[in-house]
Ligand binder design. Structure first.
Ligand code: IPE
Ligand code: IPE
Ligand code: MG
Length: 246
């Protein structure tokens, strides 16, 4: 049975982030090239985007390519970029039909020019959509994001635009790629790995973490619903006592 019926609609995570991992192992398990795993992973992406929009998630952020993924073999990087461009082209209609706005975070300048162009086109086309914000983390690394923020803030301090005393959480937030996104409520990682791999380190400070052994191409609506159910059973205390929360 699908766990959808058990979900409490009043406690849907506002911002859900997913580390979509396991494409390569999924392909290897069936004797296929890693590229097939990446192709297949896009089907899960489509399903999960729609399922999130239906269930009432307001912000969905997907880790699609990390700064460290540039170190993979050239052929695999090329495959991943091709898969990205093709699925952007293919899914514009899905985004429009479902009233979803596309956003991207990361060092986007490093992406091939045609990928940048395709990305900007879809971001622009969907900019007035209001149901859900879908953010793709591309050439994204949290350490780079934070380093970049420190550099910009320092420059502003040097030019007397910000005083040192004014630097607080909110100033740092405003200088991250995610400045227009709320903190993450639930972080899911597939494929049985229990690590964060340089994803949204600042933004997950109080996120609930959910790990599943399911490989990304096998991750279906029901797996998403189970993750949300697990999230709904937890008590988020944000440093307070249980009594204070009630
Ligand atoms: C996730 O799957 C996709 C990216 C990291 C781009 P992987 O390619 O990491 O698959 P595994 O972890 O090797 O199975
Ligand atoms: C994390 O997966 C990055 C993405 C899912 C895009 P990796 O497969 O690159 O992470 P590690 O290397 O196993 O930590
Ligand atoms: Mg991996």
């Amino acid at each position: 049975m699908d766990s959808l019926q058990e979900i409490d609609n009043t406690k849907i995570p506002n911002h859900l982030a997913i580390i979509m991992d396991g494409n390569g192992r999924w392909a290897k398990k069936q004797g296929l090239l890693r590229a097939f795993g990446h192709e297949s992973g896009t089907k899960s992406v489509k399903k999960i985007i729609q399922a999130c929009a239906e269930i009432g998630v307001n912000y969905l952020t997907l880790y699609a390519f990390s700064t460290e993924n540039w170190n993979r073999p050239k052929l695999e990087v090329e495959t991943l970029m091709r898969v990205l461009i093709n699925s952007l082209k293919k899914e514009v209609d899905t985004l429009q039909k479902n009233n979803i706005k596309l956003n991207a975070i990361g060092n986007l300048n490093l992406l091939p020019k045609n990928a940048q162009k395709q990305l900007l086109e879809v971001i622009n086309l969907t900019k007035d959509n209001t149901l859900m914000t879908l953010t793709l983390a591309l050439s994204y690394g949290s350490r780079e994001e934070l380093t970049n923020a420190v550099r910009i803030i320092s420059e502003k301090v040097k030019n007397n635009i910000i005083s040192i005393d004014a630097i607080d959480d909110s100033i740092i937030n405003q200088h991250l790629y995610t400045h227009n996104l709320p903190d993450v409520d639930l972080l899911i990682r597939t494929s049985g790995e229990h690590r964060i791999s340089n994803f949204l380190l600042w933004q997950i400070a109080y996120a609930e973490l959910y790990f599943t052994d399911v490989l990304w191409p096998d991750f279906k609506e029901n797996d998403l619903h189970e993750a949300i159910l697990s999230y709904q059973k937890r008590e988020r205390r944000f440093g307070k006592t249980s009594e204070q929360i009630k």
